[in-house]
Design a protein around this ligand. Structure first.
Ligand SMILES: NC(=O)c1ccc[n+]([C@@H]2O[C@H](COP(=O)([O-])OP(=O)(O)OC[C@H]3O[C@@H](n4cnc5c(N)ncnc54)[C@H](OP(=O)(O)O)[C@@H]3O)[C@@H](O)[C@H]2O)c1
Length: 310
């Protein structure tokens, strides 16, 4: 196990965060239909009240609206917020300067001087990993971000990013990947183990599998929009694992399926960042903290998830 560097230690102390893709996104989350600015503000406020102060956004979320809302919410609180945002590798971005410029744009939208974590959203088709890491190093050296990370990087690309940053004496703070009871690729392909070994925080996105693990969707009640088509086949396989999650939740004083799903991610050693559209969802998700599944329960959930995914 590598020593966790002083700069990135704060991220290892964060148990759970709040995802802000929902804040302004119409395409997947249908912002403006059934929820809006006031609802996400309440989701933010209740999360803070419950001790969750790490927020994950991106320049592309809601075409900048997510960052603008986050800035607005930050100005209305005196509590310290840990901000993570992301650089989107548009194919017309091909120099390391574009990273500094993009981050300056994010900072301007949020009205802050620096962020705590700046991540590469996806690998780039026009920039090599070395070049992207040079850009991230510039962002650190310009004091625009405290730490840097990647997202959607596979095992080898993550190692390349880690080594490239090490040449600048900068630690790779995190790799944000899709990880939930219904998406175990990061675990099966050794990314989670390697992150632990190298002191990289693995941040788990879509930890509720975009709402599926809450148990509210079924073949007769699929999620609306693009999720319906995407998850069509998976929905029919969910009843056994959802039943097990409910039973386990009951043994912990009535924890919901969403809380069990998030607690499982935490038990695996990753940092879940569930998105919430409103106060009720955020409050429920916060209830994933303060208790722990047993090793035996984690093993049973692993087994049930293997059966769904086989
Ligand atoms: N790096 C990347 O490429 C990447 C990709 C995806 C996401 N992310 C980040 O990860 C965050 C989380 O991922 P995600 O938003 O895709 O999925 P998620 O957190 O798995 O699911 C969020 C959705 O589930 C539903 N939900 C949340 N809490 C609930 C509860 N307690 N009970 C019932 N339903 C609940 C809500 O949608 P409905 O009410 O409509 O069902 C909500 O919008 C994002 O906000 C974003 O910050 C990053």
């Amino acid at each position: 196990m590598t020593e966790i560097s002083n700069e990135t230690r704060f991220l290892h102390a964060v148990e759970m965060g709040l995802g802000a893709w929902q804040w302004g996104d119409r395409m997947v989350w249908q912002y403006g239909h059934g929820y809006g600015d006031e609802d996400v503000q309440k989701a933010f406020q209740v999360s803070l009240r419950e001790g969750i102060r790490f927020v994950d956004t991106a320049e592309v979320y809601g075409s900048g609206r997510s960052e603008r809302l986050l800035g607005e919410f930050i100005r209305k609180t005196d509590q310290p917020i840990l901000v993570a945002t992301k650089f989107f590798p548009y194919p017309w971005r091909f120099s390391k300067k574009t990273l500094v410029r993009a981050l300056q744009g994010s900072l301007e939208r949020m009205g802050v001087e620096s962020v705590d974590l700046y991540q590469i959203h996806w690998p780039s088709v026009t920039m090599s990993t070395d070049l992207l890491m040079e850009g991230l190093a510039e962002c650190v050296k310009s004091s625009l971000t405290r730490t840097v990370g990647v997202s959607n990087f596979g095992h080898n690309r993550m190692l390349a990013a880690y080594s490239a940053l090490a040449r600048h004496n900068i630690p790779l703070a995190s790799n944000q990947v899709h990880y939930s009871l219904l998406s175990r690729g990061a675990e099966k392909k050794g990314i989670l183990a390697r992150c632990k070994e190298l002191g990289i925080r693995m941040i788990a996105y879509s930890p509720l599998e975009q709402g599926l693990l809450s148990g509210k969707y079924s073949t007769s009640n699929p999620p609306s929009g693009t999720r319906g088509g995407h998850y069509g086949k998976l929905l029919s396989k969910l009843p056994p694992i959802l039943k097990l999650m409910t039973e386990i939740g009951q043994d912990h004083g009535g924890k919901s399926n969403a809380q069990v799903a998030l607690n499982w991610v935490i038990c695996k050693g990753a940092l879940p960042i569930p998105g919430a559209k409103n106060e009720g969802q955020a409050l429920q998700n916060a209830g994933a903290l303060g208790w722990k599944l047993t090793d035996d329960e984690v093993a049973k959930l692993d087994e049930a998830s293997d059966l769904v995914l086989e």
